[in-house]
Design a protein around this ligand. Structure first.
Ligand code: ADP
Ligand code: GLC
Length: 471
């Protein structure tokens, strides 16, 4: 089939989180299964900085934005057999350091959506499935419904929700910039809402794990979208993400200090542990290291650590290494921990691929106490690197990590159920205890390294869905 993926970030071209990992791997897995795949992305500044020389202009045009005509360049690159199309506009994407968070995000991604539909016209609708991702693409199925171009009528749309909390909500004053007829489909709670538009107008809705699909029909998780999703229950499913083991495997990762696999993981982990401690200027010691690599957003649950982690650090029971950026308050808190326990805590605020890999390879445990987690890829990466995830049992974390049971010795991680400090504390105690029982500790690690979360299974489920839509 001919499938076109649309999204705002994809590795190796741009990345702020897991969406980029998904769009940098699922399309390629489908390509390997014999499908004809295109990906359309904005040409961000980071993309330009790294790939400018490799891109070729395919054609240029304009799209109307309010009373102006805005330039669109379509620049292409063949990447591992997949055609990647970059939407080029210097003003909207070319000079901004951040992918999101500017005052005019509504206008920028409204423009991008129009540019995508214009591209579909350019290729005369020669695709079967348009696979859209997150709010940045939510307007597109509605734009398609409004178009009078009959070459586009047959295209079926799949809209994947990677995180329902980010909805693309904008003041109605944005309307004239979008170049679409008004309808209440565009609105939610008296504002324009791109994600809601996608939920209402796409042919099928998916999200990134089975548990999150179920959770999304409850108000606690649904952020206002729960009733709309309930209405769509016959055309809404959860498909768990996979990861690309060519990218994330300790035996081929060129970022880490020492490559290792299941045959020499004890030696490999130890060497990487030393390298990690050195990287963060922390003294060695025979106590477990907990690693964090994350956006520091409320969703991720790190506020639970406040007032409980101090005791572990003070009593020499744990070391903590944090890589991330986001919430100022949390950054301040981790900074304060670093000042207070400088021998036990390492922090780096920002995005850093090499450090991230060294944490996956060198830590003993990997912490994800998420309040909610649509899928989570970090726990899957940790498993592969022999680093035991400590997770709250929600969404994709619940679907991918079996909690360790001290009596049966089953499980691949440490789990806790309630979003509370008490439960997190119990999980940390469990981790310390597991570390002290080196036989069990090694068993759990090894089990994790052997788990298989490659894309195979999930790509088959997407293929089945596309085929159903195509019939
Ligand atoms: P989310 O998409 O909600 O941020 P995921 O677990 O799905 O969470 O994916 C996060 C991805 O981003 C992982 O590949 C993780 O390693 C990476 N990542 C997160 N923060 C950083 C950082 N500060 N530096 C490098 N990589 C990061
Ligand atoms: C979102 C979610 C994360 C998921 C990722 C990829 O960023 O927060 O849980 O893994 O998308 O689907």
């Amino acid at each position: 089939m001919k499938i076109m993926f649309i999204g705002s970030e994809a590795t190796p071209f741009s990345k702020t989180g897991g969406l980029a990992d998904v769009l940098g791997s699922l399309p390629y897995a489908l390509h390997q299964m014999g499908h004809d795949i295109t990906i359309v992305l904005p040409k961000h500044k980071v993309t330009k900085d790294k790939f400018e020389e490799k891109l070729t202009v395919e054609h240029t045009t304009t799209v109307p934005v309010k009373d102006k005509k805005e330039f669109v360049g379509y620049e292409i690159l063949l990447h591992h057999g997949v055609k990647v199309v970059f939407v080029d506009n210097e003003y909207y994407f070319g000079y901004r350091e951040n992918l999101y968070g500017d005052y005019d995000d509504g206008e920028r991604y409204g423009y991008f959506s129009q540019a995508v539909v214009r591209y579909l016209k350019y290729i005369k609708g020669d695709i079967d499935i348009l696979h859209l991702n997150d709010w940045q693409t939510g307007l597109i199925p509605y734009l398609l419904q409004c178009t009078k171009n009959s070459a586009l009528n047959h295209i079926k749309t799949v809209f994947t929700i990677h995180n329902i909390a980010y909805q693309g909500r904008f003041d109605k004053a944005l309307m004239p910039y979008l170049n679409v007829p008004y309808s209440d489909i565009l609105e939610f709670d008296d504002t324009l809402n791109f994600l809601k538009t996608g939920i209402v107008s796409a042919d099928w809705i998916t999200t990134v794990s089975k548990s999150y699909a179920e959770e999304l029909t409850y108000a606690y998780f649904g952020y206002g979208m729960e009733d709309l999703l309930k209405e769509r229950q016959n055309t809404f499913i959860g498909i768990m993400n996979g990861i690309n083991y060519d990218e994330f495997s300790p035996n081929k990762d060129s970022y880490i200090a020492f490559n290792y696999g299941i045959h020499n993981y004890l030696k490999g982990k130890e060497k990487n542990r030393q390298a990690l401690l050195k990287m963060f200027h922390i003294e060695a010691g025979g106590i477990p290291i907990i690693g964090i690599v994350s956006r520091l957003a409320e969703q991720k649950g790190f506020n639970l650590l406040r007032d409980i982690i101090e005791d572990y650090l003070e009593k020499d029971r744990l070391k903590l290494i944090v890589l991330g950026s986001g919430d100022d308050d949390l950054e301040g808190y981790f900074d304060h921990l670093k000042q207070r326990f400088h021998d036990h805590v390492g922090v780096y605020f920002g995005y850093h691929e090499k450090m991230a890999r060294q944490i996956y390879a060198g830590a003993d445990f990997f912490l994800m106490p998420s309040r909610y987690e649509p899928c989570g890829l970090s726990q899957l990466i940790s498993l592969k690197y022999g680093t035991i995830p400590i997770i709250r049992q929600t969404g994709g974390l619940k679907d991918s990590i079996e909690p360790y049971n001290r009596y049966t010795h089953k499980g691949s991680g440490i789990g806790f159920l309630n979003f509370s400090k008490e439960d997190l504390k119990r999980a940390l105690d469990e981790a310390v205890k597991l570390y002290q029982n080196q036989t069990a500790f090694k068993q759990v690690k090894k089990r994790g390294m052997q788990a298989d979360f490659s894309w195979q299974q999930s790509a088959l489920q997407y293929e089945k869905l596309y085929q159903k839509l195509g019939d």
